[in-house]
Design a protein around this ligand. Structure first.
Ligand SMILES: Cc1cc2nc3c(=O)[nH]c(=O)nc-3n(C[C@H](O)[C@H](O)[C@H](O)COP(=O)(O)OP(=O)(O)OC[C@H]3O[C@@H](n4cnc5c(N)ncnc54)[C@H](O)[C@@H]3O)c2cc1C
Length: 385
C-alpha cells in the first residue's frame, strides 16, 4: 500500500519494538493467562499507546489511521493487541466530550503510563447487543452518583486504573427515545474495587482478561460524569466507530501474520519430494486470502480516513470490521490447513492467533448486527428489530 512516510516510519518502529516480544512471550502469557505488562509498558514508554492523546497532554497527537497501524503491526508480528487496544478506542469519548478538568486530570498520566484507561463497560447479561436495554443505573444523590447493576464481558478491568462506564440515569420507560437517558462515567477503579464494585474473572478460549462486574451502591463523585447527563449513548457511538475501525486494523494484521506464515511454510515444507506450495491446491487459498486482505484493507483505510476527517463513517466502520474479521478468520483457517498437523502445535502460534482472531466475528459487534445495520441504514430495507 502506498503510505505516507510518517505511517511507514510508525509501522517500522512498532515492528522493531515487537521483535523484542516474540511468539514465546505471547505463548507463555496465553498458557498462564498473564497480562503483557512489560509489553504495554514499552509500548507506552515509546509513545505508541498515547498515539491519540494530543501533544498538549503528553501524547503523540496522531489520528486513527496511525493508531490503527500500530495495532496492525502488533498483530502482524504475532502479538495480541487485544491486551491494550481499549486505551485507543475509549480516547475519543474523553477527548471530545470530557471537561477540561477531566482531561487535565487524567490525560497526562495516561500518556506517561502512570494511569491505564483500558476498560470500557457497556455489555450486560440482560441486554446483549441491545445496548439501550442496559439496566445498570446511576442515581444522582447530592454531589455523587450511586451505581447499581451488573455488566458482563468487561475486559482488562483488573489491569486498568480507569473505566469508561455506560449506565442509565433515567429509566427506559421514562424517556421518549430509548437512546436517551444513558450517561457515561469515568470510574476510578482503584477506589471502586472492593467498595461497591466486585470483579469476577471469566475464563475464555483466548487470553483476554475479561470479567463480570457487580455494582452494589458504588458511589462515584458527580464530576465522574462525562459531558451532559442523559446524552451518553451519542458520546459512545463515536467511540464504537473508532473501536470497529481499530479492531479491523488488528484483523488485517492477523491476516498478514497468517498469510506470511502460510506462504513461508508452503515454500519450505517438502512432501512427495517437492515444496507443498508448488501444488495449486495449497497456494491458491493463500493467494485468495491475500487478495481478500488487500480488499478489506482498502475499506479499513477508507473508514479511518473518514473518521480522521470528521466525516460520518458508520457504514464504513461497520464494513471495515466485517470484511477484515472475515478475511483474518479465513486466512487463519488457510494457514492452519497449510501447516497440516503442525498448525495445531502451540509452538507455531497459529492456533493461538486463530483463537484470538475468532473473537472479532462476535465482538465488539457481531456479524449479523453489521449486516442488519447495512440492510436498514444503507440499503433502506425494513428494520428487522
Ligand atoms: C472476550 C470478550 C471480550 C469482550 N470485551 C468487552 C468489553 O471490554 N466491554 C464491553 O462492553 N463488551 C465486551 N464484550 C461483549 C461483546 O461486545 C458482546 O459479546 C457482543 O456485542 C455480542 O453481544 P452478546 O454476547 O450479548 O450476544 P447477543 O446479543 O446475545 O447475541 C447472540 C447472537 O445472536 C445474534 N443476534 C442477536 N440479535 C440478532 C438479530 N436481531 N438478528 C440477527 N442476529 C442476532 C448475534 O449476532 C449473536 O451472534 C466482550 C465479549 C467477549 C466475548
Amino acid at each position: 500500500m502506498n503510505e505516507p512516510d510518517t505511517i511507514r516510519e510508525i509501522r517500522d518502529a512498532v515492528a522493531r519494538l515487537c521483535s523484542d516480544f516474540p511468539g514465546s512471550y505471547w505463548r507463555e502469557l496465553d498458557a498462564t493467562r498473564g497480562y503483557p505488562d512489560a509489553f504495554v509498558r514499552r509500548l507506552t514508554e515509546d509513545g505508541f499507546l498515547g498515539a491519540l492523546i494530543p501533544e498538549a497532554y503528553g501524547g503523540a497527537g496522531l489520528g486513527l489511521t496511525a493508531a490503527g497501524v500500530i495495532l496492525e503491526e502488533i498483530a502482524r508480528s504475532g502479538g495480541h493487541p487485544g491486551a491494550c487496544h481499549a486505551q485507543m478506542y475509549t480516547m475519543g469519548t474523553l477527548l471530545r466530550h470530557g471537561s477540561q478538568a477531566q482531561k487535565s486530570a487524567y490525560l497526562p498520566g495516561i500518556a506517561s503510563g502512570e494511569l491505564r484507561l483500558q476498560a470500557f463497560g457497556v455489555t450486560e447479561p440482560g441486554a446483549g447487543t441491545e445496548t439501550t436495554a442496559i439496566r445498570t443505573f446511576a442515581e444522582r444523590r447530592g454531589d455523587r452518583y450511586v451505581i447499581n447493576g451488573q455488566k458482563v464481558w468487561i475486559s482488562r478491568v483488573e489491569h486498568s486504573d480507569l473505566m469508561l462506564l455506560l449506565a442509565r440515569t433515567t429509566p427506559r420507560d421514562q424517556v421518549s427515545r430509548k437512546t436517551e437517558g444513558l450517561s457515561v462515567f469515568l470510574v476510578d477503579l482503584r477506589e471502586a474495587a472492593g467498595n461497591g464494585l466486585t470483579v469476577q474473572p471469566i475464563e475464555t478460549m483466548m487470553n483476554h482478561h475479561t470479567t463480570e462486574l457487580f455494582f452494589d451502591d458504588l458511589s462515584v463523585p458527580a464530576d465522574a460524569l462525562i459531558g451532559e447527563e442523559g446524552r451518553g449513548f451519542r458520546y459512545i457511538l463515536d467511540g464504537m466507530n473508532a473501536e470497529r475501525i481499530l479492531i479491523a486494523f488488528e484483523c488485517i494484521g492477523d491476516a498478514r501474520f497468517f498469510i506470511e506464515h502460510a506462504s513461508a511454510y508452503a515454500s519450505e515444507r517438502e512432501v512427495f519430494g517437492a515444496p507443498i506450495g508448488r501444488n495449486q491446491g495449497v497456494q491458491f487459498p493463500i493467494a485468495r486470502a491475500y487478495a481478500d486482505m488487500r480488499a478489506a484493507e482498502l475499506m479499513v483505510h477508507e473508514a479511518a480516513g473518514r473518521f480522521d476527517a470528521g466525516e460520518s463513517c458508520g457504514a464504513e466502520a461497520n464494513m471495515a470490521k466485517l470484511l477484515a474479521a472475515d478475511c483474518s478468520w479465513r486466512a487463519g483457517d488457510t494457514c492452519l490447513q497449510t501447516h497440516g498437523g503442525f498448525g495445531f502445535a502451540r509452538e507455531f502460534d497459529i492456533e493461538r492467533k486463530l483463537r484470538e482472531t475468532r473473537l472479532y466475528q462476535v465482538a465488539p459487534v457481531s456479524t449479523n448486527l453489521i449486516l442488519a445495520y447495512l440492510s436498514e441504514h444503507v440499503l433502506g430495507m425494513p428494520r428487522s428489530f
